[in-house]
Write a protein that binds this ligand. Sequence first.
Ligand code: TXA
Ligand code: MG
Length: 335
Amino acid sequence: MILLAVDPHRPDPAALEQAARVLRDGGLVAFPTETVYGLGAHALDPAAVQRIYQAKGRPAYNPLIVHVADAAAARALAASWPEQAERLAAAFWPGPLTLVLPKHDSIPHSVTAGLPSVALRVPAHPVAHALLRAAGIPVAAPSANRSTAVSPTTARHVARSLGERVDVIVDGGPCPVGIESTVLSLAGPVPTLLRPGTISVDDLRPVIGDVALPSGATHATAARPSPGMLDRHYAPRATVRLVPGAERARVLADAAESVDGGNRVGALLLEDARDARIAPVVRMPDDPAGYAARLYAALHELDEAGCDLILIDPPPDAPAWSGVRDRLRRAATSP
Ligand code: TXA
Ligand code: MG
């Protein structure tokens, strides 16, 4: 594996050309986007796409997002491009919004897991953008982690999770947004939110009118609108529990009883709360954008510290927190 460190704002064109060549030749390149690191491969090369599923241990039924440099390139990969797509692209691209549209014939079935639709995204990160321009091809890229694990927001997270399974890691520093893009389907009769992110329905509704929320069916065997909406996902090795401050002492007492003292308990808290039984404690930002940017790195840190149990203060119920709440809920679901 080759590690290429670049300036996040002014990446070295020679380094990006090296990574772009690997992509064009069918290799795997991990690169930073504004949300999380992606594991990229040539989206129109079925053998390259297959390598993504292998490297991640990703089930074949979970389709990939195709990344392109601009809206015109996205449009060329959709069989139809409704007015709503045009408006959303103008309002939010480049940025952390993924649009699901009827797929163009050029897209291999392995990219879409056999679905008639394709997920398209124009990332805003300067490194992702410059890499896509240099490559000149659509790049399929899921988050650059083993399937169901916590997504990577640094190059080190990628190296720890995928190591030699990837050909190149482009290190452009930490990802500023920190949780995955909002996924919105325009492939059905009404625009439907498939995965909440930092762009919320409150941001989308002024642009396209009403947005339907995801349905409840998320079990692995049930038909689901977005196959990535598994109940357990984005999960660290440790057990995660969402516990309000008032219940923390009781949960800690139970944890101490159920194991013979060997349990290591860490926490992500929204308040200063000192308790000798909890270490490490990560004090989380109390705004949704700051919280999202910190979340995955904090979970990685507590995993690396050897925590068996991670207690998390439930964040507020407001719409702006829906992306964060969704990831916490999935992280807290038992296997
Ligand atoms: O922010 C992001 O979106 C990151 C960065 C790397 O761009 N990518 C990412 O990819 O999160 P991944 O593979 O981890 O998540 C893709 C999500 C999954 O929930 C998948 O099921 C959904 O998009 N998806 C992909 N194609 C779809 C389709 N045709 N219909 C419905 N959902 C789809
Ligand atoms: Mg993922």
